[in-house]
Write a protein that binds this ligand. Structure first.
Ligand code: SAM
Ligand code: SF4
Length: 430
């Protein structure tokens, strides 16, 4: 989501005559887009600021800005204590950046951190590097108020972009050679544009071209409708890969987290998904060490991970966030216990991921080629519909080509195989 927002900021500044440089020493303006979801993300920004401080010492006219979710929370600290920061801009005020940068050049510091109920940046063309995969924000904010989560406070109320605006952007991306779009929202199932819901949106996007892969993230387990499941199941170019964060396997903890579903509901949802799409790949997010989480609660999460057999899971240590409901609860699980629980879940998931990937050996997968492998010049890399990376001997076709690849071996993170032929769409070979 932050990558998509950085592209939006790039688009706004590009239309005011700025250009991007990857070289810090060449930059007149440095903007750091921040995340406040966990303490760790905040610490990383402090590390980056340290690097920029050295630049600012030799070039006092360098404009330094902090963007995104940390802006509101830490604005006074950034401007007063960290004197090197000139502007602080929250996620709903990026349109003001050109003016704020101009003012900063003239020596005036600026803050713009108000949240909006309507800003959706629908008319802004994000500045993307040409490639084959694009992120598209289809909604902003979140109204769920999970008790651990700072997003509703840093990104504000839920609002959706118009369906037609999203479809127009997808058409433009297809014309530029993109072959995969990921529709983004904190809870895409809440998407609403007049009478259109997320199912209508994803159908309209998938209808743009059979050559375009469509993905989406994230879905809240409470709101995943049968109509959406059916649509994914019957649409060849909507990927059968779903990120469905469960957070915990204990009903007591889920209640304290205000997640509004039970473990039983979640497991029945997984059954419905697998019945409709036997090959669906499922991933999740898990939090270890939420306040009061006992060994028994943790054992229930382990049991859920064993039972569901996800393809992948992101496991996080609980991080106490100001403003959230859980902020007022004692952060009573020791760091060392959180760490142990996260390690146990990560190891368990890795072994399940390996087994699930190994079960694909011998199958032929449709792979969208991304380009040369980063690890070896002799190999190319692509992704399956189920969003798994596949390495195969180097091909001359351009990125964005669909290939059929026989899977020959696998580990917990990657599949390896060889190309058997090009993939075809509606009877034509691409
Ligand atoms: N909207 C998505 C959902 O509810 O499924 C999740 C968005 S959140 C940016 C991504 C993940 O970060 C969450 O699923 C959760 O596992 C994790 N997360 C959020 N707040 C956290 C916190 N305070 N401590 C640890 N992990 C957290
Ligand atoms: Fe945060 Fe919950 Fe909203 Fe996801 S659904 S962004 S976890 S409040």
């Amino acid at each position: 989501m932050n990558l998509a927002d950085s592209e939006l900021v790039g688009g706004i500044l590009d239309s005011h005559g700025y250009a991007v440089t990857a070289d810090l020493t060449q930059a007149d303006v440095v903007l750091l887009n921040t995340c406040a979801i966990r303490e760790h993300a905040e610490q990383r920004i402090r590390g980056r600021l340290g690097l920029i401080r050295a630049q600012k010492r030799t070039r006092p006219d360098l404009v330094v800005g902090i963007l995104g979710c940390m802006a509101e929370r830490l604005r006074s600290r950034f401007l007063d204590e960290e004197r090197l920061v000139d502007i602080v801009v929250g996620p709903d005020e990026y349109r003001r950046l050109p003016l704020l940068v101009e003012n900063a050049v003239a020596g005036e510091k600026g803050v713009a951190v108000r949240l909006s109920k309507v800003e959706d940046y629908d008319d802004i063309v994000p500045l993307r590097t040409d490639g084959i995969s694009a992120w598209i924000s289809v909604m902003r904010g979140c109204d769920k108020f999970c008790s651990f989560c700072v997003v509703p406070f840093t990104r504000g109320r839920e609002r959706s972009r118009p369906l037609q605006g999203v479809v127009a952007e997808v058409r433009m991306l297809l014309g530029r050679g993109f072959r995969e779009v990921t529709l983004l929202g904190q809870n895409v199932n809440s998407y609403r544009d007049g009478g259109n819901d997320f199912t209508d949106l994803i159908r309209a996007v998938a209808a743009v071209s059979p050559q375009l892969r469509v993905r989406f993230t994230t879905s809240h387990p409470q709101d995943m409708s049968d109509r959406l499941i059916e649509t994914i199941a019957v649409s060849p170019n909507i990927c059968k890969s779903i990120h469905l964060p469960v957070q915990s396997g204990s009903d007591r903890i889920l209640r304290l987290m205000n997640r509004t579903y039970t473990v039983d509901h979640y497991r029945r949802l997984v059954e419905r998904l697998r019945r409709a799409m036997p090959s669906v790949s499922l991933s999740t997010d898990l939090i270890s060490g939420f306040p009061t989480e006992s060994d028994e609660d943790h054992a229930m999460t382990v049991e859920l991970v064993r039972a569901v057999r996800f393809d992948g899971a992101y496991c996080f240590k609980y991080s106490r966030r100001e403003h959230t409901k859980a902020w007022s609860m004692a952060d009573d699980v020791p760091e060392e216990v959180k760490g142990r629980r996260v390690t146990e879940l990560t190891r368990l998931q890795q072994s399940i991921s390996r087994e699930r990937n190994e079960a694909m050996v011998g199958t032929v997968e449709e792979v969208l080629m991304e380009g040369p492998s980063r690890k070896s010049a002799d190999d190319s890399v692509g992704r399956t519909d189920s969003n798994k990376a596949v390495i195969f001997p180097r091909r001359q076709e351009p990125p964005g080509t669909y290939l059929r690849v026989r899977i020959e071996r696998a580990n917990s993170a990657t599949l390896f195989g060889s190309v058997v032929q090009h993939a075809s769409f509606e009877g034509m070979t691409i």
